[in-house]
Write a protein that binds this ligand. Structure first.
Ligand code: PEP
Ligand code: MG
Length: 592
């Protein structure tokens, strides 16, 4: 076969080279095999036996995953058990067997297509991808209809897993760090569970390749480029060499950056800075620490809701917060209360559609409207603070009165816990996010009410420049170096310095080397970002002198446009600290 190159979505970085393994795929029948009336009871019994076997399998998988990867990953299978026990699903299957007088295989096939169509019509990408969860359950039942079940062989040698779609339960069971070198799938997207699992296991993966399963067979040699989103089938020697070199370079660079994790977080002139991690899942804590994070600067708690179908209980919240707090101890952990509403709507919260979601009932506005939910969350956060390393962060405040309201509720919840004799950190710090220009303008007054502020530049830029952060038509106007944005950020940092209170930047700007240097020059010392960017930010900040950064930013404030500012900063850094732009060895701080 000649070399073929397929493009897909890169969801887990790195390069893998090896032989294809194609797991046996269940294909739902398209043939309606009919039965006679007298056979219906037996066919229903057969269906129920398969459902029973599936339930046993799922309980086993769930326990296995909980042991291997923690409760948070096992939740997928709890959701699967709920799907399996859903009376409307089971009732629907029975009705097809009874009314159509057809085999259970046909009932499963028909039901699967119905759900596929339903999910495909949903606008929300996250929920569209949940289609695979229902499919996963139905596939298992389908397999369990076979009486003599053909046991799938577990792979014994290194391989690249190629499949049409990797259902969550298959992903959790099949993927092993030792044998699965890479993953290439016809289907899938960034937020699919398979993508999340591949990233946390460090397995390079490309998904959304459409028809790779038609191009390869077991044993074919392929390359998976999880960084650029490409798969190369049957590459000639020269291409293998080229990718081997790319793989070596990628792994060397990774190792080198990783070394930075152990080096001190200080600039060339020995000014200390603190890199922290933004996380969405508790299992990210250990990765964050290994990347050099000195704490969790932002835990986006809305992901607790995104990962389940019902409302989380206080115990669910508590378990997750405690796990993060213990995992990061003694470093601080900042838990942001629910930042939901507007376009991030969740079915279990029954949020109404709003004409202008970004300006609607979001974040703290939602929490103050739904105080019972808010109190549950605050109670759980307080209870998880016994190790004295937890901080609470309130998203998207626009006026001081909101903070006063939040503090009243917070005090009330504390009192409730005291009455019950529940332990918590009496001095737990409370902070607010500065994400709208109004909050930035009032930073001095807000700082009188709170212990710290965190600048959410992702939203601050969107609200300051009136540019939707997720609208590609106006993305050319989304400019972190816009002079108005820089002035706002600087004024907040200065207000915090005057108030002698902590200030953090937790938006994407903290993860960009050039922006981080500008923020350093403004006086920022705590940078919170996606853990994978910590090494490069540490490297960049270790390569500059803080006093140079201070001088550079003074000049930038006189410039008129984002472009002028960016060009100026690049030129100045290039002249004084070219190391920032190099991908070589991390530099050691020079003795004074
Ligand atoms: C921000 O707005 O910068 C931020 C960190 O919050 P999120 O990205 O979750 O809105
Ligand atoms: Mg935000």
């Amino acid at each position: 076969m000649d070399m073929t190159r397929l493009r897909g979505t890169a969801v887990s970085p790195g390069i893998a080279m090896g032989e294809v393994l194609l797991p046996r795929r269940v294909v739902f029948t398209s043939r309606k095999e009919l039965i006679v009336e007298a056979q219906v009871p037996d066919e229903l019994k057969r269906l129920h036996q398969a459902i029973g076997r599936t339930r046993d399998d799922l309980v086993k998988v769930k326990d296995n995953i909980r042991e291997k990867m923690g409760q948070e990953n096992a939740f997928i299978f709890e959701a699967h058990l709920l799907i399996l026990e859903d009376p409307s699903l089971v009732g629907g299957l029975e009705a097809i067997v009874r009314d159509d007088k057809a085999r259970a295989e046909w009932a499963l096939s028909k039901t699967n297509s119905r759900y596929e169509q339903l999910f495909e019509s949903l606008a929300d990408d996250y929920f569209r991808q949940r289609k695979s969860d229902v499919s996963d359950v139905l596939t298992r039942v389908y397999r369990n209809l076979e009486t003599r079940r053909e046991k799938e062989k577990t792979p014994q040698k290194e391989h690249i897993l190629v499949a049409h779609e990797l259902l969550p339960s298959e992903a959790a069971l099949r993927l092993t760090r030792e044998l699965t070198l890479g993953i290439a799938l016809d289907m899938g997207g960034q937020t699919s569970h398979t993508a999340i699992l591949a990233r946390s296991l460090g397995i390079p993966a490309v998904v959304g390749l459409r028809d790779i399963t038609r191009w390869v067979k077991d044993g074919d040699f392929i390359i998976v480029d999880g960084t650029d989103g490409e798969v190369i089938i049957d590459p000639p020697l020269a291409v293998r060499r080229e990718f081997q070199a790319k793989k070596d370079k990628y792994e060397n660079y990774g190792r080198e950056l990783q070394k930075t994790a152990k080096l001190k977080s200080e600039t060339l002139d020995r000014v200390r800075f603190v890199p922290q991690a933004n996380i969405e899942l508790p299992e990210e804590v250990s990765l964050a620490l290994s990347m050099g994070a000195e704490g969790v600067g932002l835990f986006r708690s809305e992901f607790i809701y995104l990962r389940r179908e019902s409302l989380p209980s206080e115990e669910d919240h508590f378990e997750i917060y405690s796990r993060i707090a213990r995992g990061a101890h003694p470093h601080p952990v900042t838990i942001r209360t629910l930042d939901i509403g507007g376009e991030k709507s969740l079915p279990q919260l029954n949020i109404e559609k709003e004409p202008n979601p970004a300006l609607g009932l979001r974040a703290v506005r939602f929490s103050l409207r739904n105080r019972d939910l808010f109190r549950i969350q605050l109670r759980a956060i307080l209870r998880s603070s016994v190790g004295k390393n937890v901080r609470v962060l309130i998203p998207m405040v626009t006026e001081v009165d909101e903070i006063v309201d939040v503090k009243d509720i917070f005090e009330d919840v504390k009192e409730e816990l005291r009455r019950k004799g529940e332990a918590f950190d009496e001095r737990i710090p409370l902070g607010v996010m500065i994400e709208v220009p109004a909050a930035a303008a009032l930073a001095d007054l807000m700082l009188k009410e709170v212990d710290f502020v965190s600048i959410g530049t992702n939203d601050l830029i969107q609200y300051c420049l009136a540019v939707d952060r997720s609208n590609e038509f106006v993305s050319y106007l989304y400019k972190p170096f816009h002079p108005a944005v820089l002035r706002l950020i600087r004024s907040v940092i200065q207000a915090a310095q005057r108030a002698e209170k902590d200030v953090v930047v937790c938006g994407e700007m903290a993860a960009d080397p050039l922006s981080a240097i500008v923020l350093l020059g403004f006086g920022l010392r705590t940078f919170s970002m996606n853990p994978i960017f910590i090494p490069r930010i540490k490297k960049a900040l270790r390569s500059v002198e803080c006093r140079t950064a201070e001088k550079i930013v003074e000049e930038t404030l006189k410039l008129r446009s984002a472009q002028e500012i960016e060009e100026y900063v690049i030129e100045e850094i290039l002249v004084r600290h070219p190391q920032v732009f190099l991908t070589g060895q991390p530099v050691e701080a020079k003795p004074k």
